[in-house]
Design a binder for this molecule. Sequence first.
Ligand code: AMP
Ligand code: ZN
Length: 494
Amino acid sequence: MNNLYLTNSLTRKKEIFKPINKENVGIYVCGPTVYSEVHLGNCRTFVFFDTMVRYLKFLGYKVRYVRNITDVGHLENDADEGEDKISKKARLEQLEPMEIAQKYTNDFHKVMNTFNAIPPDIEPAATGHIIEQINMVQQIINNGYAYVVNGSVYFDVSKYIDQGYDYGELSGRQVDELISGTRNLDGQSDKKSPNDFALWKKADSSHIMKWDSPWGKGFPGWHLECSAMSSKYLGSSFDIHGGGMDLKFPHHECEIAQCVGSGCEKPVNYWMHGNMLTLNGKRMSKSTGNTILPEELFNGSSSFLEKAFSPSVVRFFMMQSHYRGVLDFSNDALLASEKGFKKLMEAFSKLKKTSFNQGKEDENIINKINSICTSCYKNMNDDFNTPKLIANLFELVAIINTLDQKNSFNTIGAETHLFMLKTMSGFIEDVLGLEAQNKNHAQLTEELINMILNLRAEAKKNKDYLLSDKIRDQLTSLGVKIKDGKDGTTFVVN
Ligand code: AMP
Ligand code: ZN
């Protein structure tokens, strides 16, 4: 189905997607720093990349999705000095740093599962890849792009630029701007220039998380883990690297420099960045406390909300805006999403429940449905345009409701009925990851029987009476009695 286009943050252009290996796609997404609960802003980024991975799989690609866990090296203020975020929390809560990391990793998994996000194929943790990180630092030193001072190792940005590399290519920042924008923090005197960043930091005696290295006891710099782990699991050049917009600088800019410094010319083909979720117009962020936790949404305890909202409604709300645009969170926006979500799922359920029956087909409506269904692919192929996809789904909702009112589902023919069903279930459930609420076994049974009856109607249409009779007999033996009537096939379960 057509070509897929995506916006590459590196070139700032919409580009056609061509994976390195035709059918396989390698994706790396920066995961959370596990020192506190993930907030809804973090979830927006992870839910978007989940949708993207889902769509690539839906298109038939074999995806290797790697999303890491940052459990060491991320210092306060995202800087090269200060306390490790996880160690600090461990000190405050009087726990082992690994207890903190485990606790919030568990919380993250629970939240992602609640949002119906598919777990990554590999979820590497920084502390589990210290050897790989030390090796990478050594390579960068050997290649002349890093220097050792007092047991710490820094990346030499000037050297990198002198060799003709564009530090700032991804974030669009100029080095002069970086210098003037960098505060002279304590300890930066170790660096030759404030632009340089830590690859390995010497640990003093107060540090809990530290490892032996050729440069003494220390710990890896924050950016290093992602370079070391992405190249380990996806190769030194891979397809897509994602994360939130705020990670472009310094994190991703430094990742590129590290990979290039260690010998790979082009580590990532497509850089993708999701925009921020805001609350009251300000970025949702742990450090400012301007946050909502997913749990507060699901149980309605947040002071920003009138009531609780289900995970699928929240997911739907996120998908109603394009990933590259800012999304502002509010009670009213969620109420509107809830209404829309309900309308969509009700129509979808109607479509699933209708057992198809032959009748006089209406070419106009058939063409219209086919064109809308094709448009769903077109819009997702256009840089994962979920709001336009949702608009297409609502066009189908309007058709379903009219057909239902007029009791005229038979006018669309078996083939289009099936295409519409496949398109809707594919995009709603497989791609957008939305789940109908409170589905019980009785509902599911009814939907399954209707699905089988639709297959039987198709068999009949193809004059495969052997198969259609076999389906009827087997249903009868399971206690499902079916009756073919003028208005379609009905059934009773004994
Ligand atoms: P962190 O745990 O701070 O490293 O963040 C984990 C992910 O959440 C990163 O990809 C961030 O870019 C992303 N993120 C943080 N705040 C927001 C926000 N307000 N909206 C969307 N994504 C965010
Ligand atoms: Zn990262």
